[in-house]
Design a protein around this ligand. Structure first.
Ligand SMILES: Cc1ncc(COP(=O)(O)O)c(C=O)c1O
Length: 404
């Protein structure tokens, strides 16, 4: 027992639960078991190999010493921040108040430290990406949730209003993390009507207290309908441009460029030029990681200058989005054949199968060699790591495990 370790820091699990489940699936497979591993959180091809985008790797290999070795500016290379923001909003002239971060995770963490006091709560959806809770607790805040709409059902505006009113009253400021479009883990996006309703509620709250909406853009490049993503971005830009609600984005190079391990990303508030916010972000960077890796920033700057590389990247994104759509459609077809509800994937790496008692169903699925991630709302199924021809095995196992 390490007595030096703070008592409050002694009861954590040794391994991240998702990584532990994945390790269990891999060990079962290595032992000769027939395994369907839907716990994976990275995009794999049908042979189970990690997808690494060729267009990105070609740029990576071109990086020179001076694009890799020196420190990057503390808040990140301004050309990188501008290029990253313009990937999402091409009409913007600059990134506004912004800084480079190690992945989207770094951006999420900095938002907590700059927009909430210790002990307050960030508002996000249920379900959400599990590490949101870890990011919150490591930064001394809590999580309040409001429901993400079920497939084909409108946003529960009353539940959101209640949550916003409660937070406005109890903490006098609101930070919302919204992983839209291409939500992890449901694989769906808000409808235009949902987004309008949420925008109205946020504006209403912003009339009383400071409200920040941080869009978590982890999976935007993997969508069934890129037009719908563009429409969502336009709507969020309109909300941000009004200036009542502070709208920002947590951006990540992990999935978008398959540079998971390069730890590239940014936190940006494109419609806010407040020097105090910029200074606060820079201060957070200096006091947390000092500055971020230069190579991924240099790569994004190169990408922004090279039209051909952009076209190659767009084609690769389309290819892999089509593969994800095929896997999702195969899964919905197989679920229908078992009399189960479709999951209606629109984007991202996952879908969520709603079951009662997810832990028990997950355990029963494991006995069939099918590995999923149990969440309070259901089972997270990684389309990113499954083949379309595994869909019928998955659906049959799910029907059996959820009706036992
Ligand atoms: C919803 C969501 N947000 C943010 C992230 C952060 O990823 P990274 O820190 O690698 O950019 C992830 C990664 O899985 C995610 O699923």
């Amino acid at each position: 027992m390490t007595s030096q370790l703070l008592p409050t820091r002694r009861a954590f699990p040794a391994d991240d639960p998702i990584f532990a489940l994945n390790a269990e699936a891999m060990a079962r497979r290595a032992g000769g078991g027939s395994v369907l591993n839907a716990t994976v959180g990275a995009l794999l091809d049908d042979a189970g190999r990690l997808v690494v985008l060729d267009s990105v790797m070609a740029l990576w290999r071109e990086l020179t010493e001076s694009e890799v070795a020196p420190y990057a500016p503390i808040a990140g290379d301004p050309a990188f921040l501008k290029a990253l923001v313009q990937r999402h909003w091409p009409l913007l002239e600059g990134p506004g108040a912004a800084c480079a971060t190690p992945g989207g995770s770094g951006a999420l963490a900095l938002s907590l430290r700059n927009f909430l006091e210790p002990g307050q709560r960030v508002l996000t959806t249920a379900p959400h990406w599990g590490p949101y809770a870890t990011l919150a607790s490591e930064n001394g805040v809590g999580v309040r949730t409001a429901p993400w709409p079920a497939a084909g059902v409108p946003l529960d505006a009353e539940a959101w209003r209640t949550a916003l009113t409660e937070l406005a009253r109890t903490q006098g400021r609101i930070l919302v993390w919204l992983n839209d479009p291409c939500h992890n883990p449901t694989g769906r996006s808000l409808s235009r009507e949902d987004r309008t309703a949420l925008g109205d509620l946020l504006r209403e709250a912003a009339a009383a207290v400071p409200v920040t909406l941080l869009l978590d853009f982890a999976y935007l490049d993997y969508a069934r309908d890129p037009g719908a993503v563009a429409e969502a971005l336009k709507d969020y830009a309109a909300l941000g441009g009004e200036g009542q609600v502070l709208v920002g984005a947590a951006m990540s190079l992990s999935k978008s460029l398959t540079l998971y391990g390069a730890r590239g990303g940014a936190l940006a508030f494109p419609w806010c030029g407040d020097p105090a916010l910029q200074a606060a972000l820079t201060q957070s960077c200096r006091g947390t990681w000092s500055n971020c890796a230069r190579a991924p920033q240099a790569l994004v700057v190169r990408l922004a200058r090279e039209g051909k590389a952009q076209a190659r990247l767009a084609a690769e994104h389309r290819h892999w989005s089509d593969i994800l759509a095929m896997r999702a459609d195969a899964l919905d077809g197989a679920l229908a054949a078992e009399g189960l509800a479709p999951l209606r994937w629109e984007g991202g790496f996952f879908v969520l199968a709603s079951v009662s008692n997810p832990e028990a169903v997950c355990a029963r699925l494991k006995t069939e060699g099918v590995f999923t991630v149990p969440l309070p709302e259901g089972l997270r199924v990684g389309l990113c790591g499954m083949r379309a021809d595994e869909a019928s095995r998955f659906a049959a196992a799910l029907r059996k495990a959820s009706t036992l």
